[in-house]
Design a protein around this ligand. Structure first.
Ligand code: 9MR
Length: 363
């Protein structure tokens, strides 16, 4: 309901503004099977990527759609440690290999996501009795894990999200949220992960991937401070991933703030990648839509289009833009077990371009 009320007011404002919502109405293009593929529209700017599972690559219809629209893939989950190496000595490469082979066979790039994600937890930080291991043991385990994974996919993964979301902090005192990696090694778990990845593949681009950096200024400040420090110290951090899970109604996720953070990261001297782009349209998570109201769709189109205008302007600083999913066909479950969709991407559940796709591609 709140989404509808806010959408209504934004629509009125947009109606009387110099750039009305009707400028973003591509009703005449919807349903056209002959649309130009996303990666081709953006060929001169940056790679267009998407997060996938192995099942996408195994489906003939979906792989055809992927090849039309994307030049790069990321495994949504298949390259996470919890999947590849869920327990000491247990390895499971099946899904990751499916995605890697699909990229190899079809000439797609592959981003590796992600080597270390402290907040997810890992067998590596505990001994058989459940006690924290020593710093030496943890660093050795991280080293060995990173070495196996990076070496296995060296031929195809040229960019790694080495550490994911390290700058979560406690709102009360600003201290980093504890996780076992941080407790055992301090911030060194981050720099060591980069060193180990660099040792395993000295030519790979190594990326630190962080979430909510536009809407959360304090987190952005941590990110900028540490990236600058590590770059100056010679830690092999080459790129920063701005995840970009945006929301239509979060005002801090604005084109201006996006431009500012790009400027700041560029000044530090790292490559910038948009790693997990999507845009939710629910003002509050309980606002669930079977059918998205047309004015909300146009609002999503307008904001996405404005964000992409900034990305295009900075194409010399940005090497890839990856979406977190290939289409809106991403079923979620309510607490009561009912299926719903978030309508957060540029293609609908039938893998057809939405209004927002045409808005992003019209320049
Ligand atoms: O979309 C991913 C979901 O299927 C997994 O259960 C979850 C935990 O592994 O991770 C989700 O992806 C996250 C990504 O790896 C890092 N940034 C936030 C993403 C969305 O939550």
């Amino acid at each position: 309901m709140l989404t509808k009320i806010l959408s209504f007011f934004l629509t009125i404002i947009s109606f009387i503004s110099f750039n009305p919502l009707s400028n973003y109405d591509y009703y005449d293009k919807l349903g056209d099977e002959d649309y130009e593929g996303f990666k081709d529209v953006y060929a001169e700017y940056f790679d267009i990527g998407a997060a996938v599972g192995g099942w996408h690559c195994r489906s003939e219809k979906i792989s055809e759609y992927i090849l039309k629209n994307y030049s790069s893939l990321t495994a949504e989950n298949a390259f996470k440690q919890a999947v590849l190496n869920p327990a000491e000595g247990v390895w499971n490469f099946t899904e990751a290999d499916t995605i890697a082979d699909f990229c190899r066979q079809n000439g797609l790039k592959l981003r590796g996501h992600c080597l270390v994600w402290g907040y997810l937890g890992s067998w590596m930080t505990r001994d058989s009795e459940g006690n924290l291991v020593s710093k030496d043991v943890l660093l050795q385990r991280m080293h060995d894990y990173i070495n196996v994974v990076v070496t296995r996919y060296k031929d195809i993964v040229r960019v790694w999200d080495v550490v994911n979301e390290p700058f979560g902090y406690d709102k009360r005192d600003g201290a980093f949220k504890q996780n076992d990696f941080l407790t055992i090694c301090g911030e060194e778990y981050i720099t060591k992960a980069f060193e180990f990845a660099h040792e395993a593949d000295p030519t790979a681009v190594l990326c630190l991937n962080e979430t909510t950096v536009l809407k959360n200024q304090k987190k952005q400040n941590y990110l900028l401070k540490y990236i600058e420090k590590w770059v100056n110290e010679g830690v092999p951090v080459h790129a920063v991933g701005i995840q970009s899970h945006w929301n239509l109604f979060v005002l801090n996720e604005s084109p201006r703030r996006l431009q500012k953070v790009i400027d700041k990261l560029y000044k530090i001297g790292v490559d910038i990648q948009i790693t997990e782009c999507d845009m939710r349209i629910d003002a509050i998570p309980s606002d669930i839509f079977d059918e998205v109201p047309r004015n909300t769709e146009l609002l999503q189109s307008k904001k996405m289009s404005q964000m992409f205008e900034v990305l295009r302007k900075n194409a010399d600083k940005i090497s890839s833009v990856t979406f977190w999913g290939i289409s809106d066909n991403r079923p979620q479950k309510t607490e009561d077990g009912e299926t719903y969709y978030r309508h957060e991407l540029l293609f609908d559940r039938d893998y057809m371009p939405k209004n927002a796709y045409y808005a992003v591609c019209d320049f």
